[in-house]
Write a protein that binds this ligand. Sequence first.
Ligand SMILES: Cc1cc2nc3c(=O)[nH]c(=O)nc-3n(C[C@H](O)[C@H](O)[C@H](O)COP(=O)(O)O)c2cc1C
Length: 359
Amino acid sequence: MDLRSLVAIETPVVLGPFGGMSSVALTAAVSEAGGLGSFGLYGLSGERISAVASELRALTSRPFALNLWLPFRAPGEHAPAGVDRAGFDRAEFDSAIAGLADLFAEAGVEPPQWPVAPLPDFSEQLEAALAAEPAVLSVIFGVPPSEVVEDAHSRGILVIGTTTTVPEARALEAGGVDAIVASGMEAAGHRPSFLSTPEASLVGGLSLIPQVVDAVDVPVIAAGGIADRRGVAAAFALGAAGVQVGSAFLATRQSVAPAVHRDRIRAAEAHETVLTRAMSGRAARGLPNHAVRAIEERGGSASFPLQNILTGVFRRRAAQDGRAELLSLWMGQSAGLSRFDDASDVFAELAAGVPEALR
Ligand SMILES: Cc1cc2nc3c(=O)[nH]c(=O)nc-3n(C[C@H](O)[C@H](O)[C@H](O)COP(=O)(O)O)c2cc1C
């Protein structure tokens, strides 16, 4: 099915959600341009989610997507032994704080104290996201439970899942999703693999897209490494019904990424990004910097989400101070193709790659 009629958009170009780094202005700009803007709800409370939805509605009356991380412990991620109520382990916390001491000091912040505030409850996030009635609820890290899909559908909300392999795509289709984002290994940010480890699920877009298209009947949205009209045209040639783009939009002035992060996106070479667990405890693609190297040299990170919460303490200060070496510099392998400072220019460039018949 045509993604445009499914979601009621003019151009089958999706702005990828950025958990922790989404911008209302950027999401609304892409929806207003005729695409589907997505907003990442990772880490937001129910109250914040409702506020974000209102802010989006004040800027656009067009469809947008809200994106949630499903509660999930990845294959290969260890479950700490003696956890507290929030799921954190005191011994792991103490050792992580000791390992990160230099980075807290370099950033000029105090290390966080035990106990650590947990991530907002998933059911609270879900309730707020559904109550906001976005056109689309997109999810990563698994197949949404059938009652979630049913609840969304009963409110007229479409559900989009995210795959990194053909078996994951089949599982998502069986779970009743309306469309599937196929995330090639080129993509920025966390690898959303859920049936196997990210490392055992690293399929490039050129291989992943046509094989997912062949395996499922729902529309497939190609993500990863698409940053200009050439990538868009290639994705449609491989059978995609739409594209989802992250890095090229993250580099624009409507993004809330720190200026030094946006600069690094434009300057990156294709070979420079790596998959690392250093900053968050989960494998994600970004540019290695001093913080990544320091954590990896010390033997790696604590588990997710503890590591992400702890590094967040120095990352927030580094963002204020414009210090790229202490940030999570998430970006994909085509980051260096990003040329435009304004989201509308990125959108026009991408739209130029959409086949005539679908524009
Ligand atoms: C900072 C950052 C945060 C991201 N957070 C999420 C997220 O919360 N949920 C999600 O589905 N995808 C997330 N992604 C992936 C993007 O939505 C998109 O699929 C990806 O960036 C596409 O690859 P590209 O950057 O090569 O275009 C994130 C990407 C970045 C750069």
